[in-house]
Design a protein around this ligand. Structure first.
Ligand code: ALA
Length: 508
C-alpha cells in the first residue's frame, strides 16, 4: 500500500482528528471541579448538630435491624452476627471519617458526587452520582415495601384485613424461575407512604426535620427497651457454637460471617445522607462531622447490643422470619406487650428512613443539575418552601412507582452495591485531595489518613466482592444506562463546558 498520495494523507488526517477527539473526550471526562465551586446555598439553613444526628439516625435504623438481622443470623452467621455487625460497622466507620473530612471541607449537597468531582473528574463523579440513585432512591422504594409489610401485619393484629391484591407487589423473583407475576395489582400502602412523605419533603426542611426527630425518638426508645428487657432472658447456651461450622459457600463459618456482614451493611446505610444536608446546616464546618460520626456511633452501639441479645434469647436457626425481633419477644409471654411496641417502632423507623432518603436524593439531583449534568428543572427551588421542588417530586414519583411494583428482594442488594461504591470512592478521594491540595483548610481531618482511608477502601471493596453475582450483573446494566445518559446529555451540557467557566477551572 503506497504511504503517500491524497488518500494516505486523508487517512492520516482522519486518524489525527480521531486521536484529537479521543484526547478531548478523555480530558473532558477527567476535568475536575474546583473545590471552591461550592454552590451558594439556595436552601434554608435550619439544622443544628442535634437535628443532624437525628437525621443520620433517621436514615440508618430501619429495615436492616428490624427485618434483615433474622435472615443474616439464621442462614449465614449464627450467633456470630455480632461479628458481622462489627465488620460492617468498621467499614462504615472508616468511610464515615472520610465523609466527615469532605463534608466539613466542601459543604455542598452533592455528597460523594461532589467530592468525586473535585478529585477524580467529571466521568467518575457522574457515575458516583448515578450509583447514588441506587442508594437513596431505590432505598426509599425498598424500605417502603418493608413498611407496607409491617403496617399490613399491624392492621391485621387490630382486625383490619387488606386484600393481597392491593397490599403485595405485582412481581416477585423466584429462585430458578426469574421474575414472575404474583396476581396482585399494586402495593398501595407502599405508594401511599412515599406520596405522603414526598409531600412533607416538598413543603419544607424544618417540618421534615421536626417530624424526623419525633419519629427517631420513638424508634430509639423501642430499641433500648428491647435491649434492657431482653438481657434478662438471654440463655448463654444459645451462643454456642458462636461461629457454626461451615456448611457450604456463605453458610456459616467465616465465609458466612462475611456474607452476613455484606447483608447487614444495609442496616448502616444512611449516615452519609447527613452530608447531603450540608447546605441546610447552620454551621456545616463544625456540625457535619458531629452529625455523620455521632449518628454512626449511636447506631453501631445499638446494633451490636441488639444482635447479641437477639441471638442470646432464641436459637439462631429459628430467626429466619420477616420480623425477627417481634418473633423473639413472642417466645417470652411476659414480654408480649413489647412485641406490639417493636412493630410500632419498626414502622416509625422505616418512615424516617424513607423521609431522609427522599431528602438526600433530591439534594443530589439539585447539585448535579447546578453542574449542568442534569436538566435545569432539577435545580429549581420552591420560592416559598425553599426546597428543591421539582427534584423532590421526581424522586417521590419514581420511588412510589418502583416501591408499588417491585419486591424487596429485587431491590435491596442493588442499594448496597451503589452505596459501597460511593464509600470506596470517597475513601480514595480523601487521599487524593490530601496529595493534590494539602493547603486546603480542613475543619476535620481523618486521623492517620493513609491507614484509615486504605482500610476503608479495602473493607468496602471486600463487601462489594461478597455481594451475589446477579447483583453485579444488574449493577453493570445500571452503570451502562448511566454511561449512555452521560454521553448523550451531561457531557455536552456540563457547566465546565461553558467558555466563561472554563477560565476559572483549575485543579482546586
Ligand atoms: N439503613 C436503612 C435501613 O436499614 C436503609 O432501613
Amino acid at each position: 500500500m503506497p504511504r503517500s498520495g491524497p488518500s494516505y494523507r486523508s487517512t492520516l488526517r482522519s486518524k489525527t482528528n480521531k486521536q484529537r477527539l479521543e484526547r478531548t473526550v478523555a480530558m473532558s471526562i477527567l476535568r475536575t471541579q474546583s473545590v471552591h465551586a461550592s454552590h451558594t446555598s439556595v436552601l434554608r439553613r435550619a439544622l443544628g448538630p442535634g437535628a443532624l444526628i437525628a437525621l443520620g439516625i433517621g436514615a440508618i435504623i430501619g429495615t436492616g435491624i428490624f427485618v434483615l438481622t433474622g435472615l443474616a443470623a439464621a442462614q449465614h452467621a449464627g450467633p456470630a452476627l455480632v461479628v458481622s455487625f462489627i465488620m460492617a460497622g468498621f467499614a462504615c466507620g472508616m468511610a464515615g471519617l472520610c465523609y466527615a473530612e469532605f463534608a466539613a471541607m466542601i459543604p455542598v449537597s452533592g455528597s460523594a458526587y461532589s467530592y468525586s468531582y473535585a478529585t477524580l473528574g467529571e466521568g467518575v463523579a457522574w457515575l458516583v452520582g448515578w450509583l447514588l440513585v441506587l442508594e437513596y432512591l431505590f432505598a426509599a422504594a425498598t424500605v417502603s415495601v418493608g413498611w407496607s409489610g409491617y403496617v399490613v401485619s399491624l392492621l391485621r393484629q387490630i382486625g383490619v384485613h387488606l386484600p393481597d391484591t392491593i397490599s403485595q407487589s405485582p412481581f416477585t423473583r423466584v429462585e430458578g424461575r426469574g421474575i414472575i407475576a404474583t396476581g396482585a395489582i399494586l402495593n398501595v400502602p407502599a405508594v401511599l407512604v412515599v406520596a405522603v412523605i414526598t409531600a412533607m419533603c416538598y413543603s419544607g426542611i424544618k417540618q421534615s426535620a421536626n417530624f424526623n426527630t419525633a419519629v427517631v425518638t420513638i424508634k430509639v426508645i423501642v430499641i433500648v427497651l428491647f435491649i434492657v428487657f431482653g438481657v434478662s432472658c438471654i440463655n448463654v447456651a444459645n451462643w454456642h457454637p458462636f461461629i457454626p461450622p461451615n456448611e457450604g459457600p456463605g453458610r456459616y463459618g467465616w465465609d458466612g460471617v462475611g456474607q452476613a456482614a455484606a447483608i447487614v451493611f444495609f442496616a448502616y446505610l444512611g449516615f452519609d445522607a447527613v452530608s447531603t444536608a450540608a447546605q441546610e446546616a447552620s454551621n456545616p464546618q463544625r456540625d457535619m462531622p458531629i452529625g455523620i460520626l455521632g449518628s454512626l456511633i449511636v447506631c453501631t452501639i445499638l446494633y451490636i447490643a441488639v444482635s447479641a441479645v437477639l441471638t442470646g434469647m432464641v436459637r439462631y436457626t429459628e430467626l429466619n422470619v420477616s420480623a425477627p425481633i417481634a418473633y423473639t419477644l413472642d417466645q417470652y409471654p411476659s414480654l408480649g406487650w413489647l412485641s406490639f411496641l417493636i412493630k410500632i417502632g419498626a414502622v416509625a423507623g422505616m418512615t424516617s428512613v424513607i423521609l431522609v432518603m427522599i431528602l438526600a436524593q433530591s439534594r443530589i439531583f439539585l447539585t448535579m443539575s447546578q453542574d449542568g449534568l442534569l436538566p435545569g428543572a432539577f435545580s429549581r427551588v420552591h420560592p416559598n418552601f425553599q426546597t428543591p421542588g421539582f427534584s423532590t417530586l421526581v424522586t417521590g414519583t419514581v420511588a412510589a412507582f418502583v416501591g408499588g411494583l417491585l419486591p424487596v428482594n429485587i431491590l435491596g442488594e442493588l442499594v448496597s452495591f451503589g452505596t459501597l461504591t460511593a464509600f470506596l470512592v470517597v475513601c480514595i478521594g480523601v487521599l487524593i485531595l490530601r496529595k493534590t491540595r494539602p493547603d486546603l483548610k480542613r475543619p476535620f481531618r481523618v486521623p492517620a489518613a493513609p491507614v484509615i482511608c486504605t482500610l476503608g477502601a479495602l473493607s468496602c471493596g471486600y463487601l462489594i466482592y461478597m455481594l451475589p453475582t446477579d447483583t453485579w450483573i444488574r449493577a453493570a446494566v445500571w452503570t451502562l444506562i448511566g454511561v449512555t445518559i452521560y454521553s448523550l446529555y451531561g457531557y455536552k451540557h456540563s457547566v465546565l463546558n461553558r467558555p466563561v467557566v472554563r477560565k476559572t477551572v483549575s485543579r482546586g
